[in-house]
Design a protein around this ligand. Structure first.
Ligand SMILES: [Zn+2]
Ligand SMILES: [Zn+2]
Length: 319
């Protein structure tokens, strides 16, 4: 089968490898569409060190079940990305996304940017929408995960830093599910800032953003340096959600964190609960998605290069 292979430092290839064989309790899935996310881009450029080489990326994936489950065969599914052991202390206490023995789809385990991938049966969820919608289940679940850790109140003033896909989804969740007031903070020259005028209360350029003014700051800039902007914008005792996984080190003004008594919350991908919620929101078109381009797997290099262009919300690859 054809598979996208990442080697780091912008080295990418489309290779021919055997179709994976699912072990007992696992399922073989034919990939229909895979989104390229910020983490994939960081793996591609090399800013985030690869956990295996080559890596077949793809954790925002939709496919159809081929074998391994009578119940699901032929059905369109999306996959949770954590494949835990189910027997360690984390797994037994419900924190299975932190299982130290887990494999993570498209991160340290070969993912969906191939004609086929395998996943444990319990990671798969049927999806009734289109593949073009389904690739947004994973990132939307990740957004829901963040906000579940400290749900915003309707009186909260929230700033979302960034104008990418995560920001696009976050603003809608904050407005539609939590009724919060949301300002989008864009950098000067952002080509996508204008797109947010219809869904956010305000779109403000960074230079004009009011300092120490927000109860919650959601950092979705895809830039490790944006944490300092979040620290500046948060009001005393405010909460910062940080979402970027660039793999790079940030220099942080910890004094300001102490003086303002800020809480910084990191959060990763969604659990089964957030996946189910994300599926409902997308199947029922509650959350609007932005997919700019679909590339054939043979053009994976072009797709990844294009995905680095900040003018796009989402680029995807069709195996
Ligand atoms: Zn991702
Ligand atoms: Zn475990």
């Amino acid at each position: 089968m054809k598979a996208v292979a990442l080697y780091g430092d912008r080295r990418i290839d489309v290779i021919d490898i055997p179709v994976p064989t699912p072990p007992n309790g696992w399922v073989l899935v034919k990939s229909e569409l895979s989104g390229i996310c910020g983490t994939d881009k960081a793996f591609y450029t090399g800013s985030y060190r690869l956990f295996k080489t080559p890596l077949i990326p793809g954790h925002e994936v939709v496919g159809r079940v081929i074998s391994g489950s009578e119940e699901l065969t032929g059905m369109r599914v999306v996959s949770e990305i954590n494949f835990p052991c189910w027997s360690c202390n984390y797994c037994r206490s419900g924190l299975y996304t932190h299982c130290p023995y887990k494999k993570t789809l498209g991160i340290d385990f070969d993912g969906g940017m191939a004609e086929y991938f395998i996943a444990p049966l319990e990671a798969l969820h049927p999806f009734k929408g289109s593949p073009e919608k389904g690739i947004f289940v994973e990132p939307l679940a990740a957004v829901l995960r963040s906000l579940s850790l400290r749900p915003p109140k309707p009186t909260d003033e929230v700033a979302v830093i960034g104008t990418g896909n995560i920001a696009w989804l976050t603003v809608q969740v904050l407005k539609k599910l939590y009724g919060a007031r949301v300002d989008v903070i864009a950098r000067e020259g952002s080509t996508k800032a204008g797109e947010f005028t219809g869904i956010a209360d305000n779109v403000i350029y960074l230079e004009d953003a009011p300092r120490s003014s927000y109860d919650i700051v959601f950092e979705a800039a895809g830039d490790h340096r944006a944490i300092n902007i979040a620290i500046e914008l948060a009001r005393p005792t405010g909460v910062i959600h940080t979402k970027s996984t660039t793999g790079a080190l940030a220099s942080v003004d910890t004094t300001l964190v102490v003086v303002k008594e800020l809480t910084i919350i990191g959060s990763r991908c969604g659990t089964s609960r957030e996946f189910k919620k994300a599926i409902k929101l997308l199947e029922n078109d509650v959350v609007e998605t932005r997919l700019d381009k679909v590339y054939d797997i043979d053009d994976a290099r072009e797709a990844f290069e294009e995905a680095l262009n900040p003018r796009y919300f989402k680029i995807s690859i069709k195996p």
